[in-house]
Design a protein around this ligand. Structure first.
Ligand SMILES: [Zn+2]
Length: 392
């Protein structure tokens, strides 16, 4: 312990003590991004873009479309087939993008400015997804889907607007895509950045605090218009969030911040009173060629052995079926994964982000068979030691 402390002093700020939480039973949280975000609408639009010279088919995200009512129904049915030790069904946090580009209005305005179409007003012209919003609502009513905030747009509006009307190859690509009702394909235009992060902005890539605050307030309003309640959990597009994002979230009622995978860090509160959760593993069979169910189960054992929640990251593309059948293989693998985790952990619990927040606050969780008590233990970690899942 003494040598750990010495190393902590040597590395200064990076190793400041952090208070994090561990739990006395295995907890599973499923977090999923990009719901409601339009890509390429259908096979006709895909063929049209190919005929215009786009070599689609090289990357997984060339097949990114938008979920259908059928995709959501299959997901709901999978979650309803699984339940934890208290009889609660598996549940998935769905992070929504609340607006898509209003292509017709942008075109009518001569590509000078970006106009958006919020989800409350449906999908942009040329897009059709019969029954999709009803499917979301059905999943929310049965408690297996839990909507949360991803953003108003996935891309950085400032970055996009810089190229909307210019004659560079970027501007030409953008207008070609927007003419076909496709907002963007990130792999082909990384300069589009992420909502709060403009990669080509000089000095500081994150947008100014007041701009972020306005974007967050608009997104929260658009969220409440669709779901009739404000969001409580948020994940920044591209995981690009800084202190200003967290402050803006806190000011707009967000209690849980979702952070990306790569570090084993215990849930903890920040100075704004926001609970930070860190994803444990990527469960992305549709986009990860090296996907391994065995590796995912190994990660699950590691997290449970350290009394940390298993927070599984899955992006919506894995459930799409319009341009490529990602959905079939993902549903089969997720079914196997959840079955194995349930079989290996007799006291397993499925939680949403909000459930986890409540467990830390109250030590209790409601189940079909009454109140369940869960002990959330606050421990001091040295941040590097937290990264290894060990206490200081
Ligand atoms: Zn995303």
């Amino acid at each position: 312990m003494l040598s750990t402390m010495r190393r902590a002093l040597r590395h200064g700020r990076d190793l400041l003590p952090v208070e994090g939480f561990t739990f006395d039973r295995p907890l599973v949280v499923l977090q999923s991004d990009d719901w409601g975000r339009a890509g390429i609408s259908d096979r006709n639009a895909w063929n049209e873009l190919r005929s215009l010279g786009l070599n689609l088919g090289e990357h997984s995200y060339d097949f990114y479309s938008l979920e259908t009512a059928g995709d959501v129904a299959e997901l709901i049915s999978l979650l309803l087939r699984h339940s934890d030790s208290t009889g609660r069904c598996a549940r998935l946090g769905m992070n929504f993008i609340l607006a898509n580009v209003d292509f017709a209005k942008v075109k009518a305005g001569g590509f000078r400015q970006i106009f958006l179409c919020t989800l409350a007003n449906g999908l942009p012209e040329g897009w059709s997804r019969p029954g999709l919003f009803e499917a979301y609502r059905e999943g929310i009513q049965t408690s297996v889907l839990s909507p949360a905030l991803h953003g108003l747009t996935h891309f950085c509006r400032r970055a996009m607007e810089r190229h909307l009307s210019d004659s560079s190859s970027r501007g030409i690509l953008l207008r070609t895509l927007w003419d076909a009702g496709t907002p963007y394909i990130h792999e082909r235009m990384p300069w589009a950045g992420f909502e709060y992060w403009d990669p080509e902005r000089t000095r500081e890539s994150f947008l100014p605090p007041e701009t972020q605050q306005d974007l967050i307030a608009s997104a929260v309003k658009a969220f409440a218009e669709v779901f009739s309640r404000p969001p409580r959990s948020a994940c920044a597009p591209g995981y690009r969030a800084n202190w200003a994002t967290h402050k803006g979230w806190a000011a707009n009622g967000i209690r849980v911040a979702q952070n990306g995978p790569g570090r084993m860090i215990a849930p903890h509160f920040d100075a704004n009173g926001i609970l930070h959760l860190y994803r444990s593993l990527d469960f992305e069979p549709g986009i990860n060629d090296g996907f391994s169910l065995v590796d995912c189960l190994h990660s699950a054992r590691e997290y449970f052995a350290r009394s940390l929640p298993l927070i599984v990251s899955l992006h919506s593309i894995n459930f799409h079926s319009t341009l490529k059948n990602f959905r079939g293989p993902t549903i089969a693998l997720l079914d196997q994964f959840l079955s194995a985790v349930e079989a290996n952990n007799s006291n397993l619990l499925y939680l949403t982000d909000e459930d986890l927040y409540r467990v830390i606050e109250t030590g209790m969780l409601e189940s079909p068979h009454g109140t369940v008590r869960i002990r959330a233990r606050k421990q001091k970690f040295i941040s590097r030691a937290v990264a290894a899942g060990r206490t200081a």
